[in-house]
Design a protein around this ligand. Structure first.
Ligand code: NAI
Length: 440
């Protein structure tokens, strides 16, 4: 098993470097390096199987979507209608932009071929002959690496006509978006890819039935697709030997913020933040954990009470949050929770696409109220208003953006109500060293 303990000698759940195992190698992004690390060994195995058997293996592995929602990847593939006359498409969602989420971009930058091999196997499994990688527009260096890697793969006979003599043809197009958070929502992404303004579509129908150009389409996150070659090469049992029964396998955990060694930690699902912090050298010296996000800012925050919650879909859900993208943003006691939530809310208000009223109007109002609270001009009534507006967005917005915007607000008021109250009781942010001057 590719499991190793970190050199720091941390005890507990071992890290499981699979996708990250050669990120630090010289020229890790080239075909030569990828081949030295079992690269493209899964592809002939998959091409030697019936497409449905590949879908079956991924289903049996229990792989769950790594883009945030955790939907079963193999099940999603099996929704693609077979025997129809429409083309099938595979679209890789590489538009990573959830605040704190920073795993797909470094992964593609370090090892683009690991994604491309997964794309070929996934496209073969769903009988697609065209695949698209929709990349976040700002990630220009990643775009260049992906273009170069796709060209290398065509040159080596892994893409194009009659791949490895199997009779299977596949073309891959790398498309750069223009930097809109909403285009990470799968149906807005498809609109954008078709050349329209990116706004979410009504679901159902889900993309599996009517996606790109109204054809059956699988939209998968980068990390989900990258899990496929190791599963095919090492087998379902190997994969299931890591993680938990309902959340099997390994995943990238992105630690950022007030932590000694921020970065990507690849570990089995079910590891705890306490264990991950051991690998990451702990909260920065001299400070203690105040609050954190288990899966980016769209998931309800956690506090130091939650250090031992296993980071798998079920346990995080049972504790009142969501595993999401495993973007673990760490905040120590010097951080003002109101200011943090205000910054996130400004992001959501800016990124709301404006299609639905609850999200467009609601996120704007959330910012107005949080801004006056943070600057000491709020009232206790404002807290009730924040919760009321959140309640009117949650479940009523067109897509997950609106729901996500309410999570940090409702959860932070739940855990830190006194800190909100302290802002208007003391005429400003208690964490602002210039508060006295500002008030004067
Ligand atoms: P969802 O749970 O509605 O759907 C998840 C996936 O399963 C989709 O691909 C959907 O098409 C498919 N699916 C669900 N039910 C289906 C059915 N009955 N038939 C066919 N397919 C079905 O979640 P959604 O709205 O796609 O994503 C929300 C998540 O995205 C959040 O939990 C959040 O963590 C994450 N997110 C990630 C970001 C990032 O940068 N990676 C940014 C923002 C949010």
């Amino acid at each position: 098993l590719p499991q190793s303990r970190d050199a720091s000698g941390a005890t507990g759940t071992p890290l499981t470097p699979v996708l990250t195992s050669y990120w630090d190698d010289d020229r890790s992004w080239t075909l030569d390096t990828y081949r030295r690390h079992h690269g493209y060994e899964a592809l002939p195995l998959a091409l030697g199987m019936e497409p449905d058997a590949v879908v079956g293996a991924v289903k049996d592995s229990g792989l769950r979507g790594r883009g945030g929602a955790g939907f079963s990847t193999g099940t999603k593939w099996s929704f693609i209608p077979q025997g129809d006359d429409k083309p099938h498409y595979l679209v890789v969602n590489a538009d990573e932009s959830e605040p704190g989420t920073c795993k797909d971009i470094p992964f593609m930058y370090a090892t683009p071929h690991a994604l491309i091999e997964g794309v070929i196997i996934a496209a073969y499994a769903i009988r697609a002959r065209h695949a698209f990688i929709y990349l976040r527009g700002e990630a220009v260096p990643v775009l260049r690496r992906l273009h170069a890697a796709v060209a290398e793969a065509y040159g080596a006979g892994y893409l194009g006509a009659d791949i490895l003599g199997s009779g299977y043809d596949l073309d891959v197009v790398v498309h750069a978006g223009a930097g809109a958070y909403i285009c990470g929502e799968e149906t807005a992404l498809l609109d954008s890819l078709e050349g329209r303004r990116g706004q979410p579509r009504l679901r159902p129908p889900f993309p599996a039935v009517a996606g790109l150009y109204a054809s059956p389409t699988v939209v998968n996150n980068v990390e989900s697709i990258a899990n496929v070659p190791p599963i095919i090469r090492n087998g379902v049992e190997w994969y299931r030997s890591m993680g938990t029964e309902k959340s099997p396998g390994f995943a990238l955990f992105s630690l950022s913020g007030h932590v000694t060694t921020p970065g990507q930690y690849e570990a089995p699902l079910g590891i705890t933040l306490r264990e991950l912090l051991e690998y990451a050298g702990g909260v920065r010296a001299g400070h203690r954990l105040k609050f954190w996000t288990p899966g980016g800012s769209s998931t309800p925050i956690f506090t130091d009470e939650h250090l031992d919650i296993p980071l798998d879909y079920e346990s995080v859900g049972a504790a009142g949050s969501m595993l999401g993208t495993r973007a673990l943003q760490i905040f120590d006691e010097t951080t003002c929770v109101v200011r943090t939530v205000l910054r996130w809310s400004e992001f959501y208000a800016h990124e709301s696409c404006g299609k639905c009223t609850p999200c467009r109007e609601g996120t704007w109002w959330l910012v107005q109220i949080l801004d006056r609270l943070e600057h000491g001009r709020g009232t206790e009534e404002d807290l009730a208003k924040l919760l009321d507006i959140s309640d009117n967005i949650l479940g009523r917005a067109f897509c997950a953006l609106g729901d996500g915007a309410t999570s940090p607000i409702t959860s932070s008021i739940g855990y830190f109500r006194d800190e909100y109250l302290a802002h208007f009781e003391h005429g400003g942010c208690p964490f602002d060293p210039h508060r006295a001057t500002l008030a004067a």
